[in-house]
Design a protein around this ligand. Structure first.
Ligand code: AMP
Ligand code: ZN
Length: 470
């Protein structure tokens, strides 16, 4: 067994991550110095992704961006393109399976791309790793962790003493309270399928156990091994995957690898609900990214998804997008009209407050607060050179967090529809007051005119400046 945290890491000592297995926030130390491997369970491609599905994609994209600053990262996000739900979708629609999977793989990548999710380094597809899955299943049988029964191969849960440690479940309690129907070919209710037989009309591959198809869990174990090695640094996914999916992946991989840890850190995002209700097709409250991006800029959706800490539940309501839009208006409003030369952009650093927030278990709300503090500083600044430097820092933050990808004028032309947003008005007022304080009356007057043109009249009073739409 490889000990955790045996090697100090001088390059990135401050990153802390909450590991589900250890049940606490711990310092992150990769297995190999300077390198990180990360695996995220990706989509099952039989329909469009909803905003809940987009949460892990966006959250762990942010982590990947942060890791790339200091490490050589290999990030794998798989595609499950063989699954009973895909087979059912094919029967329902009359479309061939490969047409369905090709359509939704493309849609997933386009939709996530619109949310600023960068492509992973590897995007392994289950159907292209059947040989690796068969090899791993054979190893598990040979080592006494799996058995064949009536064309199925099952993982023998009782053979693995660590089963239940990730999800903190006691196997005996699970068996006692079990309502799982015991299939006749299973030795025990909780034994799970590694391989199952296929009928002629279903997808299937030849194997030592007859023509069949893999179980879902073995797909990820085999693909992670092939692309990232025996022990990976970070394994991520949504909370719902802790049990049984990740518990089973961990059992398969560590048993196939003689007890070597499968993942050094397990990260799980909290669930997204809609108006306090679980998102579900039957309730009709599923919001598809594919539909939403037709009317809402991807950056607004991204910010809404990062507005809560990734481990916390996130309740999506009408206000979520509105407030994300206002926040982005504030960021774009601050950099609007400032021409930042390429050299200034290249030289700019992300402020340490923002990095520290992200290094603290990816605290995105705190990182955004640091981003806004920088915008405020920029709004108040009157020195032109300093304004360019601060704007360059804003763009550096944007590059890291996946924002400010549009030209500010285009942003406002496209999304404010003629009306200045409140946040932008306030940013302009802050700038005007700073100009006045610096006795730069020309700029102050120009800003007043700009506001008047946009139908905003301002009133300077003892308690500051108030405004109203005329
Ligand atoms: P699926 O395609 O259902 O396997 O889900 C893909 C990813 O989305 C998994 O990591 C799930 O844990 C995650 N996920 C599904 N629904 C939600 C939700 N409502 N909130 C957050 N994550 C979710
Ligand atoms: Zn998985």
């Amino acid at each position: 067994m490889i000990a955790f945290f045996e090697q100090p890491d001088r390059e990135f000592m401050t990153l802390q991550l909450h590991d589900t297995l250890q049940g606490k926030k711990v310092p992150f130390v990769p297995l190999r110095k300077g390198e990180v491997t990360m695996y995220l369970c990706g989509p099952t491609v039989y329909n469009y992704a909803h905003i809940g599905n987009a949460r892990p994609a966006v959250v762990f994209d942010l982590l990947a961006r942060l890791l790339r600053r200091n490490y050589k990262l290999v990030f794998a996000r798989n595609i499950t393109d063989v699954d009973d739900k895909i087979n059912a979708a094919s029967v329902e629609t009359g479309k061939p399976i490969n047409e369905i999977t090709a359509q939704y793989i493309k849609a997933y990548n386009d939709d996530m791309g619109a949310l600023g999710v960068l492509p992973p380094d590897v995007e392994p597809r289950a159907t292209q790793h059947i040989a690796e899955m068969i090899a791993m299943i054979e190893t598990l049988i040979k080592k006494g962790f799996a058995y064949e029964a009536e064309g199925h191969v099952l993982f023998d849960v009782s053979s693995n003493g660590s089963y239940g440690t990730l999800s903190k479940r006691d196997l005996r309690e699970m068996i006692a309270g079990s309502r799982v129907e015991v299939a006749p070919y299973k030795k025990a209710a909780h034994d799970f399928v590694l391989w199952k037989p296929s009928t002629p009309e279903l997808p299937g591959w030849d194997s030592p156990w007859g023509r069949g198809r893999p179980g879902w869990h073995i797909e990820c174990s085999a693909m992670a091994e092939k692309h990232l090695g025996t022990t990976i640094d970070i394994h991520a996914g949504g909370r719902d995957l802790v049990f049984p999916h990740h518990e089973n992946e961990m059992a398969q991989s560590s048993c196939a690898h003689d007890g070597a840890p499968f993942a050094r850190y397990w990260l799980h995002n909290g669930f997204l609900s809609m108006d306090q209700t679980k998102m579900s097709k039957s309730l009709g409250n599923v919001l598809l990214v594919h539909d939403l991006i037709k009317t809402v800029p991807g950056e607004v959706i991204r910010l809404a998804l990062l507005s809560a800490h990734y481990k916390q539940p996130l309740d999506w309501s009408g206000e979520t997008l509105e407030s994300a839009r206002r926040m982005l208006d504030r960021l774009y409003g601050a950099v609007q009209g400032i021409d930042v030369p390429a050299e200034a952009r290249a030289a700019a650093e992300v402020p340490s407050e923002l990095i520290e927030a992200l290094e603290d278990d990816l605290n995105s709300p705190r990182a955004m607060a640091a981003f806004f503090a920088l915008a405020k500083k920029l709004n108040k600044e009157t020195d032109e050179n300093r304004r360019i430097e601060l704007a360059a820092e804003m763009y550096a933050c944007g590059d890291l967090m996946g924002f400010l990808g549009s030209d500010p004028d285009t942003w406002f032309a496209g999304h404010v529809q003629g009306d200045l947003a409140a946040e932008e008005i306030e940013a302009l007022i802050e700038r005007r007051n700073a100009a006045k304080a610096g006795r730069d009356f020309e700029t102050a007057d120009a800003i007043r005119d700009q506001l008047l043109e946009a139908g905003i009249s301002i009133q300077d009073g003892r308690d500051g400046t108030t405004w109203r739409r005329s």
